[in-house]
Design a protein around this ligand. Structure first.
Ligand SMILES: Cc1cc2nc3c(=O)[nH]c(=O)nc-3n(C[C@H](O)[C@H](O)[C@H](O)COP(=O)(O)OP(=O)(O)OC[C@H]3O[C@@H](n4cnc5c(N)ncnc54)[C@H](O)[C@@H]3O)c2cc1C
Length: 376
């Protein structure tokens, strides 16, 4: 009888928590899950946190109870693939035979001067809480970036703080990720909520009083919410694992590192590719599929079978525009939108269901993600 491998999963976000529980249940191998916080962060609700809505914090120890997963609350500081161990800020190094790297992403606050000092990154829950506190006294807030996170943040803030001025600043045209009917719906929603849109407007600097634009104008704001761009931790690159130009781990179609076969990368931290070479965007949807694919690949290889690679033909954006409106748009894997989008209240209901499944049901019953991930 062969000894099961020691499995270490780094990061207990949407993808790491799920795969750790699935692997412990299916393989019977000792699985250790490392996370720098003792609770599960539902990042997809950070804009709701910023707007002051109550978001329940669930302790990770409750979510892994009875699953066979050993939880270590500690920060990963270094990977040593040659020694096959992970160094931690407080604890002893953690040895592994098989590593799953799922450390997610964070805001790119180095993008312009002053952002790190004066802006609140909605990518992180602590800064979203700080933004919520600042909103108690702020008259004007500037949301930088009009990707899905920026749109959700601006609309949620405008809806919960109707008396304040919300500015939405984007370097490109508004709604480029939507087809024309979707763009029209988006503009109507922003108009209804009184959001002031500044399109094709580049922020050069953030300061204590607002933002300086690259054309020299200064837009006053009591709070600045940063949603423009995400980046990943440098740990994989520093350890000599193959990464792309942005530091995301390079993985094959089964989510296995291109340089280190005992390492798998999932979620925002890895640049997963479909069979025909499309790189998956950072996002919970693509991350969930990649996590399910990695789970199938690991269990197949442990059983001596050949795993099937990730298959995905299209993508879908589901963006809330306040609590009771939204837009759902199908896109190709390059983000090019197609077809008539769904809009309005039913999208808001779909989005609420997505958040509930990803943040409530799946962490407790991770088999859902395997069922919903269609693997051909
Ligand atoms: C406001 C907002 C709305 C969003 N809405 C959507 C949406 O509608 N649809 C969609 O697809 N995506 C959405 N996203 C993106 C989505 O949240 C991410 O793609 C998703 O969280 C990535 O999952 P992950 O498991 O890779 O990483 P995460 O969920 O970020 O988990 C990473 C985990 O690793 C931990 N960690 C990080 N570094 C260390 C370390 N050094 N040591 C130990 N632990 C560490 C973190 O604490 C965290 O628990 C949204 C994001 C935001 C901010």
């Amino acid at each position: 009888m062969t000894t099961p491998p020691r499995i270490a999963v780094l990061g207990a976000g949407y993808t790491g928590l799920t795969i750790a529980k699935l692997l412990a249940r299916r393989t019977g191998a000792p699985v250790t899950l490392v996370n720098d916080r003792d609770h599960f962060v539902e990042r997809m609700r950070n804009h709701q946190v910023a707007a002051g809505r109550a978001v329940t914090r669930r302790p990770l120890r409750d979510l892994v109870r009875g699953s066979g997963v050993r939880l270590l609350v500690d920060r990963v500081t270094r990977l040593d693939p040659a020694a096959r161990h992970v160094e931690l800020a407080a604890g002893e190094p953690l040895g592994y035979d098989l590593l799953v790297y799922a450390l997610g992403s964070h805001a790119d606050l180095d993008a312009v001067p002053g952002a790190a000092d004066h802006a609140f990154a909605v990518a992180g829950v602590e800064q979203s809480e700080q933004l919520r506190d600042r909103m108690r006294t702020a008259d004007t807030v500037a949301v930088i970036g009009a990707g899905p996170t920026g749109l959700e943040t601006a609309t949620e803030l405008a809806e919960t703080h109707p008396g304040r001025t919300v500015r939405l600043i984007t370097g490109g045209p508004l709604g480029h990720q939507l087809t024309e009917p979707g763009q029209e719906h988006l503009r109507r929603a922003l108009d209804r909520l009184g959001v002031r849109v500044h399109e094709n407007t580049t922020v050069a600097k953030v300061d204590a009083g607002g933002v300086l634009l690259d054309d020299g104008r200064h837009l006053a704001a009591d709070a600045v919410a940063w949603t423009a761009g995400f980046r990943v931790a440098g740990l994989a690159a520093e350890a000599g694992l193959a990464v792309d130009g942005t530091g995301r781990m390079l993985v094959d179609g089964t989510l296995r590192s291109r340089s280190h076969p005992e390492v798998y990368g999932i979620g925002d931290a890895a640049a997963a590719r479909t069979k025909d070479g499309h790189v998956l965007r950072m996002g919970c949807g693509p991350g969930g599929l990649a996590g399910a694919c990695a789970y199938h690949a690991i269990t197949a290889r442990l059983a001596g079978r050949d795993p099937r690679p990730l298959r995905l033909a299209a993508d879908t954006l589901c963006v809330s525009l306040g609590a009771w409106d939204g837009v759902l748009q199908h896109t190709d894997l390059d983000g090019v939108p197609h077809g008539t989008p769904m809009t309005g209240r039913r999208v808001a209901l779909i989005k609420k269901a997505v958040l509930r499944v990803a943040g409530r049901y799946n962490p407790r019953h991770p088999g859902i993600s395997v069922l919903t991930a269609r693997q051909g």
